[in-house]
Design a protein around this ligand. Structure first.
Ligand code: GLU
Length: 307
């Protein structure tokens, strides 16, 4: 008996969603619905000041405008700190966590490691501080909390790109699961939320592939199943620049003035390789014809009409 697919889209609304985010939402949605599966929405507003309510609302409106539906009320990560705390405690009880007083800690944000995760591998400065030194330092500075990585290679299988491996001490290093300001990091939150929501298919941008071994490691440590992963190509504008949340002209408020929903769906589906020609298309048709085999692997450049 095959398992019901549960997919999800998990935007971080620190800006308006752009076409690249919408393409990701669309592919995640089509994949789940084509398999008669369930689909969930999770708003990754962990860093609440960077993701104000108006942007969370706008993300929900944009997805609704596009015709994407979800089967449960959306989750908001900003409301789930106690849940993350519970799972962090489990990691702590396994002796996997340690406080880190390094000042760069603030930089290793709870924010999603998108746009070219450039966090350097941690040198391990605070990995073995004696308890009395920790007690002393904690008086003047609130530490970030790091997770020790194993002396191991973790490999994941991406259904679109194949195998991806990291030798954890060299390619990843001990990483932050709680910032010094108390906010939980993306890596822990995403694993806990996907597992508790029963998500078994994760479709997301290729820029997050490099986070996946960390997430698989956390899943193992918490006894969760690993979902199937499909990372997707990123969208570039007509000049070959990766779209950013700052690109105003790429958000739906401006696009909807020039294009209908079917125009945008057709254009996204065509750019991704799902349609053979560029023409308007309805969501139901796309659900019908969707096939991962047709989705491009190289980054996708938008046509001049739109990009
Ligand atoms: N919130 C992340 C982002 O917007 C995506 C996380 C994920 O899909 O796992 O980049």
């Amino acid at each position: 008996m095959s398992m019901t697919v549960t997919g999800r889209f998990a935007p971080t609304p620190s800006g308006r969603l752009h076409l690249g985010n919408l393409l990701c939402a669309l592919l995640a949605y089509l994949s789940a619905r084509h398999a008669d599966g369930r689909f969930l929405l999770r708003i990754e507003d962990l860093d609440a000041p960077r993701c104000p309510k108006r942007l969370c609302d706008a993300a929900i409106q944009d997805l609704t405008w596009l015709g994407i539906t979800w089967d449960e009320p959306p989750l908001f990560q900003s409301e789930r700190g106690e849940i993350y705390q519970r799972y962090a405690r489990q990691l702590e009880q396994k002796g996997l966590l340690y406080p880190c007083f390094c000042t760069r800690a603030q930089l290793h944000a709870a924010a999603a490691p998108n746009r070219g995760d450039d966090n350097p591998v941690y040198a391990g400065t605070c990995a073995h501080l004696p308890p009395d030194e920790i007690a002393e330092r904690i008086k003047t500075r609130r530490p970030a909390i790091r997770l020790r990585v194993p002396d191991e290679t973790i490999s994941i299988w991406d259904r679109h790109y194949g195998e991806y491996s990291e030798y954890m001490p060299r390619d990843c290093g001990d990483f932050i699961i709680r910032r010094s300001d108390g906010l939980f990091g993306y890596q822990l939150a995403v694993v806990v939320d996907d597992a508790l929501s029963g998500v078994n298919e994760v479709v997301r941008g290729h820029d997050i592939l490099a986070s996946t071994p960390r997430q698989v490691y956390i899943q193992r440590m918490l006894g969760f199943d690993t979902p199937s992963y499909i990372h997707i190509p990123l969208l570039e504008d007509a000049e070959g620049r990766r779209l950013a949340k700052r690109d105003r002209d790429m958000d739906l408020t401006s696009l909807a003035k020039r294009f209908s929903r079917e125009d945008i769906l057709g254009m996204l589906a065509y750019s991704a390789g799902i349609l053979k020609e560029e023409r308007p298309a309805a969501m139901d048709e796309l659900i019908d014809v969707f096939d991962w085999k047709n989705v491009k692997k190289e980054d996708i450049r938008l046509g001049r009409a739109i990009g």
